[in-house]
Design a protein around this ligand. Structure first.
Ligand code: ZN
Length: 469
């Protein structure tokens, strides 16, 4: 697979998606109960109830949803071959068994196949932009394998380069004391990720004050800003490595719109307010946060400040990669918190829902685009933007009848119902089938990689699963 060329990024000619239920996520265009979407030169040329064909290739979308491709704002795609091995692990077990264990035996080829399979699965499920939070890069060869796999998949991706977190060997510093390697970021900027307009672009997956020293955080934040990159970091899970670190970083003027906080469950209201005021973005991963012990997702706390999260799957070693599922998890978890608060306050049921369902679609489209600083390019079916589009079948019965298209997508939607996917106007999935790499071969290599990795270490519950296969 390493020798495969990147799929062509330019479509042959104009394409007309005809007569779909068009959910644009554009504040002016909103929803067209029946509408056409014209694609030219990889971009959305027009959206209207009816458009002239002018020789365009016609794609019948009658009775189908046409929506912006989804944005998965946080996923460790390198863990795809470990699917469900962390199903019963808390954050502590996950750190011990994955980061200090399984992660240490990955070869570049393991990274390559996991990233390719994970990215293809995202495309298959209607995701057109993936934030690949890649933090198992012990060598440049691992890094390059991940980047090459993203390019091969055909997805739009931000490769967030991060460093691994093994237990230190004698004489080595702890990972929290190691600044992000400028040389590696500069190598990527000059080499494989030099083109900022390409499908795969660069970001930094840094440690931040929860997982590193103040000086490391300050170095990493300054480096990202100097290079015009987003710096994303996990926040939460156990005690902070640098208590008061955020306040110190803000005092140095290092916190701004280039900072993306993942999780953030343990942040104070005052901190959240300060971050929102500074333009910091947030990516939450509600299903994993609830399951692994992070705490409650901060969806409602951000809403109270006039902000909103982007959403990610986080770990396919634990949960499904379906963005509709995690969006519903975010919605339901916040409603549960609000309903419980109302019951505690008044003893009764709230008069109405606190969070409208439509907001969940924003979290996985426009908010994801904003997190990457790409709102001018992706996130909605706005003329001029990249033609990153998903077409979804309502299924035989599952999503029918459609009274409110947005509510139907959020509450009944599933990545399994995605029929077609275009990225930059090029079909990556059509009529229910992924185009591009041979999926059967990818499956075989992914399974072999997973068995090899799990076979290298005696991890509780894992060896039992493997033996049973
Ligand atoms: Zn994560």
């Amino acid at each position: 697979m390493s020798g495969s060329a990147e799929p062509r990024s330019r479509p042959a000619g104009p394409i007309l998606l005809r007569s779909g239920i068009v959910v644009t996520q554009d504040p002016t265009l909103r929803v067209l109960p029946t509408g056409d979407v014209l694609i030219e030169d990889g971009r959305i040329a027009a959206v209207a109830p009816s458009l002239a064909t002018d020789g365009a290739e016609i794609v019948d979308c009658a009775g189908h949803f046409v929506l912006p491709g989804l944005v998965n704002a946080h996923m460790h795609t390198w863990q795809t071959a470990l699917r469900s091995v962390a199903a019963d692990w808390t954050l502590l077990e996950y750190f011990r068994h994955v980061h200090a264990g399984l992660a240490t035996v990955f070869t570049p080829d393991d990274i390559r196949i996991a990233t390719l399979a994970g990215a293809l699965n995202q495309l298959d499920h209607g995701v057109t932009t993936l934030v690949d939070w890649a933090h198992n890069n012990p060598t440049p060869q691992h890094t390059d394998a991940g980047v090459e796999a993203l390019k091969e998949s055909g997805i739009r991706a931000a490769f967030f380069h991060g460093s691994p977190k093994p237990d230190p060997k004698p004489g080595e510093p702890h990972f929290s004391e190691v600044p992000h390697p400028r040389s590696e970021i500069e190598r990527l900027r000059r080499g494989p990720l030099a083109d900022r307009d390409a499908l795969v672009t660069l970001g930094m997956a840094v440690l931040g004050p929860h997982y590193s020293t103040l000086e490391v955080s300050a170095h990493d934040f300054a480096l990202a800003r100097e290079l015009g990159l987003v710096a994303s970091m996990h926040q939460g899970g156990g005690e902070a490595r640098t208590p008061g670190g955020w306040e110190a970083l803000m005092a140095r003027g290092l916190v701004g719109p280039h900072i993306n906080i993942v999780h953030g469950n343990n942040l104070s209201d005052a901190q959240l307010r300060a971050f929102v005021d500074l333009g910091v973005t947030f990516s939450i991963t509600p299903e994993n946060e609830m399951a692994q012990g992070h705490g409650h997702p901060i969806t409602g706390r951000l809403r109270a400040l006039g902000a909103a999260p982007s959403i990610g799957v986080d770990l396919e070693s634990a949960i499904s990669g379906d963005m509709f599922t995690v969006a519903r998890m975010a919605l339901a978890s916040q409603r549960a918190l609000d309903n419980a608060a109302e019951r505690a306050r008044s003893g009764g049921i709230p008069a109405t829902s606190t969070v409208p369902a439509r907001e969940a679609l924003d979290w996985i489209t426009t908010r994801g685009a904003a997190m990457l600083g790409m709102s001018d390019r992706i996130g909605s079916l706005t003329p001029g933007k990249q033609a990153d589009i998903a077409v979804m079948s309502p299924g035989a019965l599952a999503m029918w009848p459609v009274h409110d298209p947005v509510a139907t997508l959020v509450m009944q939607g599933s990545g399994a119902r995605v029929r077609d996917v275009l990225v930059g106007g090029t079909f990556r999935k059509r009529d229910g089938k992924l185009l591009g790499p041979d999926v059967a071969a990818v499956r075989r290599k992914l399974a072999a990689s997973g068995e090899r990795i799990l076979g290298r270490l005696d991890v509780p519950s894992v060896s039992r699963h493997v033996a049973a296969q």
